[in-house]
Design a protein around this ligand. Sequence first.
Ligand SMILES: [Ca+2]
Ligand SMILES: [Ca+2]
Length: 401
Amino acid sequence: MVALSMTTGWSVSACSCAEWTYQFCASNINLNNSYGDNALLVKATKVSDYHYGMYVVIDDLITGLETADTILVWGDPGFLCRTYVNTLPIGTQLILGLNRLTTSLDWGSGAIEQIGDYELPGCGQYLLDVNNNDEVIGPITPTLTSLPYNDFVSYINQNYNDCPQNYIPGVGLVLNVGLKVLLEGAYDENATLMRNDLRMNNLLPMQQPFYSEPWLFTENVGFNSALSIPVQAVDWVLVELHDPNNPAIVVHQRPAVLLRDGTVQGLNVYSFWSNNVEFITNLDNDSYYVAVKTRNHLAIMSAVPVNVYNDIVIDLTNPANVMGGVTQLKVLNNGQYAMLAGDFNGDGVLSVADYNFYINQVAITNAYNIADCNFDASVTVQDFNSYAPNVSAIGNQFVRY
Ligand SMILES: [Ca+2]
Ligand SMILES: [Ca+2]
């Protein structure tokens, strides 16, 4: 009946949530998983305030077990990260996801929550509005902010697997893409890991190195200090999401850090580095081709668009997962597959043009140089020897410049 403010900014000062799910669909999954038979989902109308709670009349029981017509619903007393309910006008019709209390609770406010009362659980979106046209209004899912009531009930009963849990209002949908890749040149077959000499010699730059041609990626992504770069870091890589219908189109790019074992770490929305590369999207697609570019190895791309809605790990050391398969990778002596060394100019083709980078940098030691494709911090004939057998390899057309 009344347009409600669904902003939750107040919660920051009033309470602290490790993780707040801002959509009703995600919160309702949590409700059912956490509270089982005590979970209740109703369409209800507020009839009165009671302390920091409210009495509501149940208009329709959607899921759960309750026989009473009127129930007491506790909102937030100021510090529980629940929704405040006293600001809702009497007569407001609501969708409420509720937990039936199994113990009494005294928060020291003069009111005692009793067994059999209900709470709006904390840290989530457990409340939606119902308007005069019997439409459910609010953040139902990242893409749904209104549904006719009957359709809402159908959605609740049928489509919950579609609910992405990682949508942040004002930011977007946060996609977590896990990756495994190996670099031929960096791979140490004795250690069965890639070399981290650059990191150990403090030669890795704190800022991503893909500002220059051909990448021209200019966003500042980096570490606050050289010491905060992971000890296991081999080098920076550039991870891209390409349009599933036209993989020539780069939709998103994120610099990331490749670790010795092939894990790719990215900087997340909370400014922590984690074993995922995070992409903020506006829900343009469920799936993308995922490409990995480096400073001096032939770029590769996933064989097919990968569904990135849920957390996934794409193993690009498996030729079956790579567009072009074994033609785009080098089989190492131990049978592992790695990206091909020597694309020094990063254009997606291994040619004599790359040799010019090598010859111009040869004999430079103890430095971060593109032509150091075996990652020992020096440009020597060993780098040439990594590059030479790969000349004439051609990257797939969607990663070439
Ligand atoms: Ca090249
Ligand atoms: Ca070298």
